[in-house]
Design a protein around this ligand. Structure first.
Ligand SMILES: [Fe+2]
Length: 242
């Protein structure tokens, strides 16, 4: 099976992901060997705190995409940002300082891990009111959502999309976090996965083994939606839920 990874930090030298072209290409090779054929590069966007000039990001992306296509012509890359939510990011979005996913209305948004639910919920409302379609990055990470299935339900009713880091499903029965993640996956709340790959060590872009667990537990149809069809709809700015 081929995979579409919607969350990664492989664009070299722009954030805490790949440090240079060599490391980035090693990550791309690994992803390719795992079966990944489409990838959204999502460098961190921190308001007023980026190591890159916002208007230079598309150019850096195009250069990197050219390098990748020399080695893997059948690998497709797209650009986005992982936006650390705070007041002001909506105006930055409107000004074009932030990359939505492949220039669509979809935005990948992260929060401080200790954010309150009120803050998170209001952010989703504000983004929706501004006509953006938010995807919450690594939804398993926020304390205010942990074991609050009613909040997860409320967010999905607002048509907020939930992304999980694929490696989070790894862990035995005694691992409370892994149990919670597996529950979210099995109950169908997770529409999208990403590797959130940052390097070739602890956070490398492995996917295959985790995906096979998901296939075993949730079936091939779910796997295909979460790892191919849904990301494909995102980059085409289509709705996932009709
Ligand atoms: Fe990330």
């Amino acid at each position: 099976m081929e995979f579409f990874d919607i969350h990664s930090h492989m664009l070299p030298g722009v954030d805490d992901g790949a440090e240079n072209l060599e490391e980035a290409m090693a990550m791309i090779d690994l992803a390719y060997n795992e079966g990944t054929r489409k990838l959204i590069l999502t460098p961190h966007y921190v308001r007023g705190g980026n190591d890159y000039k916002e208007n230079e990001l598309p150019g850096l992306f195009e250069n990197f995409r050219d390098e990748v296509s020399k080695v893997h012509p059948d690998m497709e890359l797209f650009l986005g940002n992982e936006i650390l939510y705070e007041e002001g990011v909506i105006s930055d979005l409107k000004e074009g300082l932030i990359q939505t996913i492949n220039n669509t209305k979809y935005v990948l948004v992260e929060f401080n891990i200790r954010t309150s639910y009120v803050q998170l919920y209001e952010a989703m409302q504000k983004l929706a009111n501004a006509r953006f379609r938010p995807i919450i990055a690594h939804v398993e990470r926020y304390r205010c959502l942990f074991k609050h299935i009613e909040r997860i339900e409320e967010l999905t009713r607002m048509e907020v999309l939930l992304q999980m880091n694929i490696s989070s499903v790894y862990g035995g029965l005694l691992d409370e976090n892994a149990r919670w993640c597996k529950k979210l996956v099995k109950e169908g709340y997770i529409s999208l996965f990403g590797t959130d790959a940052h390097d070739m060590e602890d956070r490398a872009p492995y996917i295959k083994e985790y995906a096979s667990w998901i296939e075993k537990k949730c079936g091939g149809d779910y796997l295909e939606s979460a790892f191919w069809d849904n990301p494909q709809k995102i980059i085409e700015n289509k709705y996932i839920i009709d």
